[in-house]
Each structure stands twice: as structure tokens, then as C-alpha cells.
Design a protein around this ligand. Structure first.
Ligand SMILES: C[S@@+](CC[C@H](N)C(=O)[O-])C[C@H]1O[C@@H](n2cnc3c(N)ncnc32)[C@H](O)[C@@H]1O
Length: 307
């Protein structure tokens, strides 16, 4: 959530984490406006190379402009980071020095009303990061059963009023616009004087479901570790606890040695740790960064180093 007009979230921290060097090979799996990518390319001048991915053609067009000065050193592809291994095979890159995943939606996506990400603008219920996503938010809202909707809102939005909201959606549908959905949510889950708007969690849940965000993170993490050379680094910025938990658990799991014990009846598969955590606690933006860019406030950066 962090392209122009602000500096990308945790910009200095990302450059510090990835330690780009000349001749290195890097992947930015979530290019957005290309702010982090530019920093990595600058720091790896004159001949560091990058593979940059984004599912959103608008983001890619923006990144292509930002990164025009480095076009000889960057491969830009409209694709999901879930296809990381395949993309690297295509380039014949057998190992890379650093990988960045800056998850979620970009400022550009949030601030483009027609994309339907924001409950503050009236727009079609879309919320797809890119055209390859199979379903829009309207598809989910209008097709799922009451039970499925309630589960989705609870699981991906941690919404306590999930059942009430699901019931109200079923009664009111078909729903086509963000404003219609907001009105339904407000009718059963009025503002309680808390800081967050009652539609916040429902919008988050639908966005995560439309873009299969959690499954995508689970799919990419093992590919990212496999793609790194020894001492190469993976940096992941997440924006909500569901994403961060997946990253944290994966890093913890992969930094443990599992060894066969002859005394155990059930043998665990022998496995050596694949990575070490560079920071045990996530790195968060400074107060100053949050003051300049309030959207940075929930960002958490975790860094792993391939063993
Ligand atoms: C927070 S923004 C990245 C901002 C970027 N770091 C910058 O400096 O401008 C996240 C981007 O990831 C993209 N994205 C989300 N899921 C993706 C996926 N599975 N594969 C590729 N890109 C994805 C979004 O379209 C969005 O442009």
C-alpha cells in the first residue's frame, strides 16, 4: 500500500535487508508503482538484474515508467508471484540473491475508485488485483450461500458480526456497488464509535477471497526459499495479521532442524533447516513514517536468509 506520492513502505529497511550488490539478481514479486524495485536496481548498479512481477496491468504500466532508466536490467512480467519458479525457469535463472514481496493492494489500486477496493467511493464491486482473477467481489456476494459468506467474513475479516452481515446481504442481493454493500453493513452493524468503519472488515475479507491472497502466500514461500542462493534473502511486508501469521509460521518451521529419532515410534521425515530468521520480531515503520503515510501503520516486515 505504498507507492506514490509517498516513499514505499519501509523503503530503507528493505534496501538494508536485501543488501543489493552489483551483479546480483533480484525478484520483486509485487512491483506496484516500482518504488522498491527502483531502490534495489539503484543499489545494485551498474549491472544488477531484476525480475519484476505484478498481476495488475495498470501497476505494470506505472512501474514500466518508473523503471525506464533501468530497462536494460529488468524483466517485467504480468504474472502472479505464485508462478515464481516457472518465471525463473523461463529466464534460466537458477538462483537469485534477494526476493521482495510487499503484499496486498497498492495506493494506486485503493485510490482508483472504479477498482472497488474502497468503501469510501461508489463503484462496481470488483476488487480484483488483475484480470486473471476468476471472480469479482460482486460474484462472491451474489453467489455464495449465507453460511459460506458468514464463514468468509469471519475467517478473512475477523468480523464478529459475520452472521448478521451475511444474513442481511442475502436479503438485499443482488448487490452491484460498493455503496449498496456499505448500506447493508451499516444497517446491521452501525458505527460503534470505534475508529474503524463497520465496512472495513467485510471489504478486507472480500478482497482476500477474490484475490486468493492467503493461499498465494502459502504457495510462494517455499518457491522463494528454493529460488534463493545460499545467504540470499527473502523480505516480506504484510499488512494484516492473517498474512503475517503465515509468514511467521513458515519462517519458524523452516528454521528448525527436524531429525529422525530412533526412539520415536513415528519417524519424522529427516529435514534440515532451510533458512534462518534475520529478525525474530517483525520490523515496523517508525512513528515518523506513519505520520507521513498513515497506510504504513499496519506494515510488518519479516526477513529470512537462506542457509
Ligand atoms: C503494496 S503494492 C506494492 C508496492 C511496491 N512495493 C512499490 O514500491 O510501489 C502490492 C502490489 O502487489 C500486486 N499483487 C498482489 N497480489 C499479487 C500476486 N499474487 N502476484 C503478483 N502481484 C500481486 C498488486 O497488484 C499491487 O500492485
Amino acid at each position: 500500500m505504498n507507492d506514490s506520492p509517498h516513499q514505499p513502505v519501509l523503503y530503507k529497511e528493505i534496501i538494508h535487508a536485501l543488501q543489493p550488490k552489483r551483479g546480483g539478481r533480484y525478484v520483486d514479486g509485487t512491483l506496484g508503482a516500482g518504488g522498491h524495485a527502483r531502490g534495489i536496481l539503484e543499489a545494485s548498479a551498474p549491472d544488477g538484474q531484476m525480475l519484476g512481477l505484478d498481476v495488475d496491468p495498470q501497476a505494470l504500466a506505472l512501474a514500466r515508467k518508473t523503471l525506464a532508466p533501468y530497462e536494460q536490467r529488468i524483466h517485467l512480467v504480468q504474472a502472479s508471484y505464485v508462478s515464481l519458479s516457472a518465471q525463473l525457469a523461463q529466464l534460466k535463472w537458477d538462483a537469485v540473491d534477494g526476493i521482495l514481496l510487499d503484499l496486498g493492494a497498492s495506493s494506486m489500486q485503493f485510490d482508483t475508485p472504479e477498482r472497488g477496493f474502497s468503501f469510501q467511493h461508489d463503484a462496481p464491486l470488483d476488487m480484483r488485483f488483475g484480470p486473471s482473477m476468476a471472480q469479482t467481489a460482486a460474484d462472491l456476494v451474489n453467489k455464495l450461500s449465507e453460511r459460506e459468506l458468514a464463514d468468509l467474513l469471519y475467517k478473512y475479516g475477523e468480523e464478529r458480526d459475520s452472521r448478521k452481515i451475511a444474513r442481511a446481504i442475502i436479503k438485499a442481493r443482488p448487490l452491484h456497488t460498493t455503496r449498496e454493500l456499505v448500506a447493508v453493513i451499516e444497517s446491521v452493524s452501525p458505527r460503534r464509535g470505534d475508529r474503524v468503519h463497520p465496512a472495513t472488515r467485510t471489504f478486507q475479507a472480500l478482497r482476500i477471497a477474490v484475490n486468493e491472497e492467503l493461499a498465494s502466500i502459502e504457495e510462494v514461500l517455499p518457491q522463494a526459499i528454493a529460488a534463493l542462493r545460499s545467504m540470499g534473502r527473502l523480505a516480506v511486508i504484510s499488512f494484516h495479521s492473517l498474512e503475517d501469521r503465515i509468514v511467521k509460521n513458515f519462517f519458524r518451521e523452516q528454521s528448525k532442524n527436524l531429525v529422525n529419532s530412533p526412539y520415536e515410534r513415528i519417524y519424522e521425515e529427516e529435514r534440515k533447516a532451510t533458512l534462518k530468521e534475520v529478525n525474530r520480531k517483525p520490523i515496523m515503520p517508525s512513528d515518523e513514517e506513519i505520520k507521513n503515510n498513515p497506510r504504513a501503520r499496519s506494515a510488518k516486515l519479516r526477513i529470512a536468509e537462506k542457509l
